[in-house]
Each structure stands twice: as C-alpha cells, then as structure tokens.
Design a binder for this molecule. Structure first.
Ligand code: GLC
Ligand code: MG
Length: 579
C-alpha cells in the first residue's frame, strides 16, 4: 500500500467512526451529586470525595452515564462551596487533590463521566484575587466591579444603584479598605467578577484548562446569566433598574426588574469561548467530547442562544428548566405537552434536548408534586428524547427533609425571617442521602450531620428499595434498561395530551418497536384509546414498565384501543411487533 492509499483509508475509517458514534452525552443519563450530602467517609457528618468514590458503583448500578458534582473546591462555605477562594484546589473538608484524582480514575474504570461545577460569576471575598483587588493592587484593581457610591445631602453614603442581591439586600457592599462598594449579585461573601476585563476572562479560561488536564469530562456552568452587568457610562456610573410594583421591600430580589444585571447580550459569547477551549483540548489530547451544561434561568428564547449561533458552537446542554419553572401541582396534561414541545420546537436545528425536574436549589419532586407522582416524573424524564438529569435521591423518591429555623444554614433563608424561611430555604432538598435503614441512614458513621437526616429514611433508602420489586429505585433501574432500546435512544418523539388528565409520549424508530409512555397526572381512573391519539398504530401492545400503582404485569398484553390508568399512574407500553 502506498502512503497515500493508507492515508485515505485511515481518513475514511476515521470519518466513518465519527459518523457512526453519536456523542456520548446526547442520550446520557446524568446524575447530580451534592457532595456535602452524598456520602461521608470520615465521620465528620459532611459528605466528601472519598464518599463519592465509594459510591461510584451505585451510579453504575442505576445506569448513570455521568455525574455533575456541586463544588468541592477551597471555600469558606458562605454559600456551601459556591463561594470559591481557590479555583484550583480541593477544600480539605472534601478531601485532597489525590482523593479527587482517585475519584476520577475509579470513575474512568467504571465508565462514569465526571463533570465539575464551574462557578465563573463570582469568587469568595477570601480569594487571593479579591484581597489584592480590595488592596488596590494595580494588576488586580479591575478584577471585580467597584464603585465609590454617592453621598446623600446629610453626608451618609448610598450604593451606586438600587440593584438587589439574590440572597436579599443591596447587591453592593461597602469595603472599608478600598473605600468603595463592590458588586455581589449573591452573598456579600461572593463578589462578582468583572468579565469586561480580558485578564479575568483569561484567568477563568485557565481554570477550565487546569481541570481538563486533571481529566474531567466537562463543566456545569453556574449562574451564567449573571456574568455580565450593563457597562458603566462615560462617568463610570451604572443605571438603576426599574421597579417592580408587586413589592415595596427594597431588600427583596424581586424589587427591581432585571434588565441590567442578568441576560446581557455578551453573555452567551463567553460560553462560545469556553466551548472552543474544550474543543481545542480535545483536539490536542483526544478522548470523548468534553461538554458544557449551563445554568441560566432566562426566558426560553434567551436560553436557546446558549446552544450557539450561525458561527459558533455553544453549550451542548443549556439546562432545560421549563418543567422545573413552569409546572405546578395543578398543571394539566396540555400544559405538560406545551412546555415539552415548546422546547423541542425552539431548539436550533441539529441540537439535542435535555430534561431537568430537580436540583439542589429546588424542593424535592415528591414534595412539589406529591409523593404519589415520583415515578411519573422519573418515567417522563427518562423516556423523552435527549438526555435526562436526575438530582441525587430522586431515584428513591426522597422528600424534602424538615429543617427547623435553628438548624437552617442556607444563606438564602438565613438572610430573611423566621416567619417565612421555608419559602426560601434550600436546605430541605439538601438533607443527607438515604443509603440504608441504619442510624444516620448509612450516610455517616458520625453522631451528627451538617443538616439533619430526614425522619422518613427507614422507608425510603437504597438498601430497602433494592429489595422491593416495584420500588422507585427499581422502576428507575428498569427505565435505564429501556433507554437502551433503539426506539428510545434514537427514535422520533411525539408528545401529546390525550385529555386534560393524560399525557402520552410516543417513541419510534422505523423497523423497531413502538414505545408509548402514558402519564395519568390526576387522581381519577382514566381510559385511553391510543389509536385515536396517534392514528395508525400496531393493534397490540404489552406493558414494558409498570409501577406499584399498576394492576398489570410487565409482558401482559393490552389493546391500543383501550388502556386503563389508575390515579397518578405512569406506564410504558411496547408494541408486540416491530413497525
Ligand atoms: C447557582 C447555584 C446555587 C448558588 C448560586 C450562586 O444558582 O445552583 O446553589 O447559590 O448559583 O453561586
Ligand atoms: Mg466528611
């Protein structure tokens, strides 16, 4: 063979291989770990990296492809790790860099990808960069957003604008040392970076490169829509945001209408820049595609910009918060249908969907929608097209833990009042994971935990649920097996409300079985004629997945013309013949 022919052959094979293998993340099943609450290995009552490593096999057991971990980097923990003081070091509370490396190498052995939480909007006020900036060191002066504020007639000082922090109160904090205010869109111990400074951008790019070198498979990007604020005018001043009329409390986040502090037009371009860094790294080092999952609570049209534009690739996974943000306890099937199809329709050509229903910032699914609907949401997330993202414990149907005002630690709640702290507290969704029915739910060998273990752990835990055939856990595992089916991996998706009460999702790949998942959202018994919904269908179906509500068995046959659903029941059907 001449060099040329072998070169062509190689190229040809290379192209084929690339074409044949869809990127791993497209249909992946993601799992979010909140390390403080996942597994404690050293008995101090706080979860840690060795705890995660110990439980990686569990992720394998439940069919998880990749896990994104909330931050475990050096932090004073004012926002439990979202206030980072060293972006390139592990906090001793969670372990050492060596523990991190062990976790990554064990995860690689098991084939579980590791995604790091990247927090670019702010650092801790104890970060060396901030200390130097506050001291006015020339090189660091403009790393953060500083402003002298204004003097009132009576000589008192007032902040530069009426901007409010997400965690209540002015978003500006006076710094005695520098004699200026700095901006913090979250906690006052979380000063916002100045992304208009190219040096800051490069620092952040280097943080990405550092962790890529360490072997991570991608990043979940925190609070991206806060990255830029409006640019200061020629006098260095910022404008006030317009008032919302539904509150008179200037400390409440909703006091102003967010037009200058979030969703600035520059922001998605940051993500495009980061995507290039990931691509460059892959080009230089090989391996599977590295990914970006970005967190933005923006209007859906804006979220779509994060996928990329005509000239640039963006995040593979801009979190789809449509269900988390817009579904309520009473939402009917048409609302589900609308929210799901709206995302699929607005998605730019060639992009992939993702589905999120819970995370460490929101109440548990079972507490928001009722314990009775846990399977329903797991089945929905795992049978829709694209990738699913599950928060730890949702596979068990964990509910919000009760956390008294005295035990409350979340700054979002502590900055408010005892009378309504429950409306703001994120602690209930963060109580320790339930591994077993032993003391402390098998989370720790210690005597106390950073948040109380929820009292219902004896019923809802991994060990007990493993042994109950139709437990939430086993339904979840069975779903993961179904997700291997060609129609569910690659098939088309038709999502439609059958009535106010029932939602149906049809997945089909030509020449393969037709799968239909059905969701009875309310508490009446419903009967569905699938042929009248989907037109021509194979006449016979069989149950491919049932839950404890079902009075049916997997494998039992049912006619497409008449399927009965119990209150809150969700099932998956499979045609008996390929079509
Ligand atoms: C994101 C995180 C949240 C954190 C905030 C500030 O919204 O999910 O937990 O408090 O950013 O970093
Ligand atoms: Mg520990």
């Amino acid at each position: 063979m001449t060099t040329w022919t072998s070169l062509f052959l190689l190229l040809g094979l290379g192209l084929l291989a690339v074409d044949a293998a869809a990127p791993w993340w497209k249909t992946a099943s993601f799992y979010q770990i909140y390390p403080r609450s996942f597994k404690d290995s050293d008995g101090d009552g706080i979860g840690d990296l060795n705890g995660v490593t110990e439980k990686l096999e569990y992720l394998k057991e439940i069919g998880v492809t990749a896990t994104w971990l909330s931050p475990f980097l050096k932090s004073p923990m004012a926002d439990f790790g979202y206030d980072i003081s060293d972006f390139k070091a592990v906090d001793p509370l969670f372990g050492t860099m060596e523990d991190f490396e062990n976790m990554v190498s064990r995860a690689k052995e098991l084939g579980v990808k590791i995604i790091l939480d990247f927090v670019p909007n702010h650092s801790s006020d104890e970060c060396d960069w901030f200390l130097r900036s506050a001291a006015g060191e020339e090189e660091y002066k403009d790393y953060y957003i500083w402003h002298a504020g204004f003097l009132n007639e009576d000589g008192t000082r007032r902040p530069p604008t009426n901007w409010v922090s997400v965690f209540r109160g002015s978003a500006w904090e006076w710094h005695e040392g520098r004699q200026e205010y700095y901006l913090h869109q979250f906690h006052k111990k979380q000063p916002d970076f100045n992304f208009r400074n190219p040096v800051v951008r490069e620092e952040m790019n280097n943080v990405l490169r550092f962790w890529l070198e360490k072997g991570v498979d991608g990043f979940r990007v925190d609070a991206i829509y806060h990255a830029f604020e409006i640019e200061a005018d020629e006098n260095g001043n910022y404008p006030d945001e317009p008032r919302n009329d539904w509150t008179n409390d200037p400390d409440e986040y909703g006091y102003t209408h967010k037009i200058y502090t979030v969703d600035q037009p520059e922001t998605p371009h940051l993500v495009y820049e980061w995507r290039q860094i990931l691509e460059q790294f892959q080009a230089d080092n090989g391996g599977d595609e590295r990914i970006l999952m970005v967190e933005t609570w923006s209007p859906i049209e804006i979220v779509m910009h994060y996928y990329g534009n005509e000239t640039a690739e963006g995040a593979q996974i801009p979190f789809n918060f449509q269900l988390i943000s817009n579904l309520h306890y009473d939402s009917d099937a048409y609302h589900y249908e609308y929210l799901i199809n709206n995302w699929l329709n607005l998605m730019p050509e060639g992009k992939s969907a993702n589905w999120v229903i819970g995370n460490h910032d929101k109440n548990r699914v079972g507490s928001r929608f009722g314990a009775d609907r846990v399977d329903l949401f797991n089945i929905l997330l795992l049978t829709l097209p694209g990738c699913s993202i599950t928060y730890q414990g949702e596979e068990l149907g964990m509910l919000d833990g009760y956390v008294s005002w005295e035990d409350t630690v979340d700054p979002q709640a502590c900055n408010g009042y005892e009378s309504n702290y429950m409306d703001n507290s994120r602690d209930p969704a963060r109580t320790p994971m339930h591994w077993s029915d032993e003391t402390m739910a098998g989370f720790t060998t210690g005597k106390s935990t950073w948040l109380p273990v929820s009292t219902d752990y004896r019923q809802r835990n991994v060990k007990t649920e493993r042994g109950v055939s139709l437990s939430h856990l086993n339904v979840f595992k069975r779903l993961q097996q179904l997700r291997q089916e060609p129609s569910i991996v690659d098939g088309s998706a038709e999502v439609t409300a059958v009535s106010n009460y029932v939602l149906a999702v049809k997945r089909h790949l030509l020449g393969d079985y037709v799968y239909i998942s059905l969701f009875n959202i309310f508490d009446s018994i419903e009967n569905v004629n699938l042929s009248s919904v989907f037109g021509s269908l194979p006449a016979k179906f069989q149950y491919a997945l049932v839950t404890e509500k079902s009075i049916k068995k997997v494998g039992d046959q049912v006619s497409a013309g008449s399927v009965t659903l119990m209150p809150h029941e969700a099932i998956v059907l499979r045609s008996t013949t390929t079509a």
